[in-house]
Every structure is written in structure tokens, then in C-alpha cells.
Design a protein around this ligand. Sequence first.
Ligand code: OOG
Ligand code: MG
Length: 267
Amino acid sequence: MSATSEHTIWTAEDAATELLSCEDQHVDREPFTDEWTDLDVETAYRIQDLTLAKRTERGEQIVGIKLGLTSRAKQKTMKVDSPIVAWLTDAMRLPPEKTASVSHFIHPRVEPELVVILDKELRGPGVTAAYAMDAVGTVLAGAEIIDSRYRNFRFTHQDVVADNASSGAYVTGPVAKSAREVDLSMETVVVEVDGEVISTATGAAIMGNPSEALAAAANMLGRRGITMEAGWVVLLGAMADAVPVQPGTNVTFRYSTLGTINLPWEA
Ligand code: OOG
Ligand code: MG
């Protein structure tokens, strides 16, 4: 499948293969909707599910779900204004304090997230924020490395859904609290790049309360017949804009009660 041919007829299967091959070879491409103009959201989620099937075929295991585009900051910067869900596998988990390497990615960016681990299953539709929070066991800080397979992170809603919401890798913070101990909407993060503060954000930036994002995930997945399982990790979406990194960049997220995540990049 050539990425440059003008009249390619894409199938969901070909698109999934193409996205994983871009990821594996660390190359980007133009968004599918440039040539596949009537790609719809349902087909885009089918492509995303096919990339998951290919990941599990090669031995990866589902560990949970990530939400994308749940804060206004992200929606405005990426020019996509509806939240999306995508898959997390064990291959995306980065050990804490490990040095990351830009060469393992295409054009990585790092963003501050709040993370919950479910201790009960959640099945939408009809899940409310309060009901969703009742299924949460542990709450943690997180950092997500996003790495769109599309050149310059240019994409439509459908493109980014197909691309598993730019998933790259994620790391969780050092402090685990019970859901009752933390008010996620009040948790703040200070974003530092090479020792300089570049932004701050509050949990409420995520749909007014991150619990709303968790409910939205359960409901979006429920419409596709998918139940969120006990033990799943859920990244609730970036609270602030992602930070582009270069070799040698040091990114630090200081959370108000959930500890500090330091993500150094190999020089
Ligand atoms: C899409 C992924 C967004 C988030 O937390 O909002 C995301 C992107 O910005 O490339 O992971
Ligand atoms: Mg994210």
C-alpha cells in the first residue's frame, strides 16, 4: 500500500496495517481523510479496534483505556472538539524514572494526566460521574507520551480515532491514593520543561470534573458493547497542552497531592 498513490481505496484493514507500520518504523504520513473523505467515526473506531487486534496477535495485552481531547486546552490546540477513547496495552507502559528515547518515537510530546484504576467493572450507557467514581479503586498522577502517526499532528476527529488517539506510552506517578482521599477536580499540576515552569492546570479542566470523563468513557465504550473491566487503568486525558520534546529535554510534572513525575529524555 503506497501512502502517496492518489486513488487508493482504503479498507479498514489496510488502514490499521498502515498505522501500525508507521508506528513500528517511526515514520509519519498524511491523514487518511485527505484521500478518504467520507471516513466516518464508526469505521474509524473499527480501524482502531483492528490495530488492537493486531497488537494482541503479537502478544500485547490490554491494560485499559485512554481518553483523548477531554480538556478545552487540548481540543483548541488539536482543533478536534469531541472526546475519544482508545486502547492501552502493556507495551505502552513505561517504568517510572526511566529515560525515554526520542528515537523510539516519531515526534513525541508529553502531557500531564490523571489516572484511575478500576476495582469494579463499568458498563455504559447510562453511567453517571458519581456511579463511575464508585468503581474506582486507586487514583494516580500520570504522564502520557503521545506520538501521532500523522505529519505535524494534523488530523480530523476520524483520523485520530483510527490512530488510537496518538497513543505512545504512559507512566504513572509515585503516589497511589484511594478515590475518596483525592478530589480529582481540585488536583493541580505544574508543568516544567528543563526546570522552567511553562504551564499549570487543574483537574477541573477535564470536562469540569475528571469523573465526567470516566463516565463518558464507559458510555462511549458501552455503545460499542464494550465493558470496562476491574483492574483496568484509565488515563482521563491531558489537563494541559502537550510538550514537544527533543533529545536531552527534561519534563517534570509536579502534582499537588499525587507526587512528581520526572521524565528525562536521552541526550
Ligand atoms: C490526540 C490525543 C489526545 C489527550 O490526552 O487529550 C490525548 C493528540 O493530541 O494527538 O491523548
Ligand atoms: Mg493523553
